[in-house]
Design a protein around this ligand. Structure first.
Ligand SMILES: Cc1cc2nc3c(=O)[nH]c(=O)nc-3n(C[C@H](O)[C@H](O)[C@H](O)COP(=O)(O)OP(=O)(O)OC[C@H]3O[C@@H](n4cnc5c(N)ncnc54)[C@H](O)[C@@H]3O)c2cc1C
Length: 351
């Protein structure tokens, strides 16, 4: 089946290129655990499979508790995930300190997941794109999909922003924060809300941190990259300046808030200087779980959107599911049974 990818800007121009590229299963909602576990099964072999370099490293993930309330709740959190086969384990304060020397004195323990890890966002996106090209996909950058043509309940073509029209048997809408714009005119209202998520990068520092570090009840995802730079995220917002044009403004309050949390949890960051900040626009669903699979009522049309800040790690399994759907093969529905695009996505309950 010939495949054309229309990318209105360039590959990796939005969330995927901006991503923190954490590759984790720990802490995921039970509905997407199977998909995450399947993805994590594939990540260690991805460089070979793609004949590229994703920068993937399985250094584990540690979510620390820095107060008694979080520590008290941790065993139940662990048990619930272990029941689904997620290999998380409770670690006491000294074990947490052994995993992350330099962790805050306030740390009372944590939860460790040995199969969590990290990749490098932009190299990963290019590794996927290059592999697709090698296998015959035509990736057209700088050309967007303007509209989908549907005849008698079946998708028949994509109208392009260069004035062309690409006939098709199957169309997959995976346009990130802008996916709803393509489906809206067909009467399909995806429950998506766009947020800009901020990332901070420090200057390189001596290597000290193997796992990705998070913290209960605090907005933190902290990792050290191959060159020693610290990458700090955790859901801190940037301001969207122009949603259609993928433009944002980094806000000083968010930078400060993110740095304060990161330094409180991992004091060695006091010595690190901030080198760069950026953000990525990401579509969130009310339940913060992706919308995946066929679009009801239109044959040949599929969607993968609304990854809600944690879709990067899922890419290997999501790509596989979409390819199977497109080819009419066994789509491994057991992996994504609760993620159907036409489900009622209800607001995520807050802890
Ligand atoms: C700052 C940040 C940190 C994150 N950290 C993590 C993390 O640590 N771990 C994790 O698992 N996930 C993380 N995520 C989430 C993850 O990056 C996203 O869920 C994932 O990258 C979404 O991929 P996507 O392909 O759906 O969307 P995108 O990567 O946004 O790609 C959509 C593409 O569609 C293009 N496009 C839009 N409209 C059109 C059109 N009409 N025609 C053609 N092309 C179009 C855009 O230019 C864009 O390149 C993070 C996200 C952000 C923003």
């Amino acid at each position: 089946m010939p495949v054309t990818v229309l990318e209105r800007a360039r590959v990796g121009a939005a969330a995927s290129g901006a991503s923190a590229a954490g590759v984790r299963v720990m802490g995921r909602d039970s509905t997407e655990r199977a998909l995450a576990l399947e993805s994590l099964r594939r990540w260690p072999d991805l460089d070979r499979e793609l004949e590229g370099e994703t920068g993937y490293r399985r250094g584990g993930g540690l979510r620390v508790a820095i107060d008694e309330r979080a520590w008290y709740a941790a065993p139940e959190w662990v048990a619930e995930q272990r029941a689904d086969g997620v290999p998380v384990e409770l670690v006491d304060e000294s074990a947490a300190r052994a995993l992350v020397p330099g962790i805050a004195p306030a740390c009372v323990g944590g939860v460790y997941c040995a199969i969590d890890g990290q990749a490098a966002a932009v190299p990963t996106v290019h590794a996927f794109a290059n592999a697709a090209r090698r296998l015959g996909a035509r990736i057209e950058e700088g050309i967007g999909a303007r509209a989908l043509e549907v005849e008698q309940g079946r998708v028949v073509a994509v109208v392009r922003t260069d004035g062309g029209r690409t006939p098709c048997d199957v169309a997959i809408v995976a346009a990130g924060a802008w996916s709803g714009l393509l489906l809206g005119p067909l009467g399909i209202d995806l429950p998506l809300r766009v947020r800009a998520l901020q990332m901070l990068l420090s200057d390189p520092a001596p290597m000290a941190l193997a796992p990705v570090v998070g913290c209960f009840d605090r907005g933190l995802s902290l990792k050290q990259l191959g060159d020693g730079a610290y990458l700090i995220g955790g859901g801190w917002p940037a301001r969207i300046a122009d949603e259609a044009a993928n433009r944002y403004v980094i806000e000083e309050t968010s930078v400060r808030g993110s740095l304060d949390v990161a330094r409180a949890v991992y004091p060695p960051l006091e010595d690190a200087t901030l080198a760069q900040s950026w953000a990525g626009l990401e579509a969130f669903t009310p339940d913060e779980l992706p919308l995946l699979g066929p679009v009801s009522g239109i044959d040949g049309l599929f969607v993968a959107a609304g990854f809600s800040g944690h879709g990067f790690a899922l890419a290997p399994a999501v790509g596989d599911v979409l390819a199977r759907l497109a080819l009419g093969r066994d789509a491994r529905r057991d992996l994504w049974s609760g993620l159907h695009a036409d489900r009622k996505s209800r607001a995520k309950p807050r802890a």
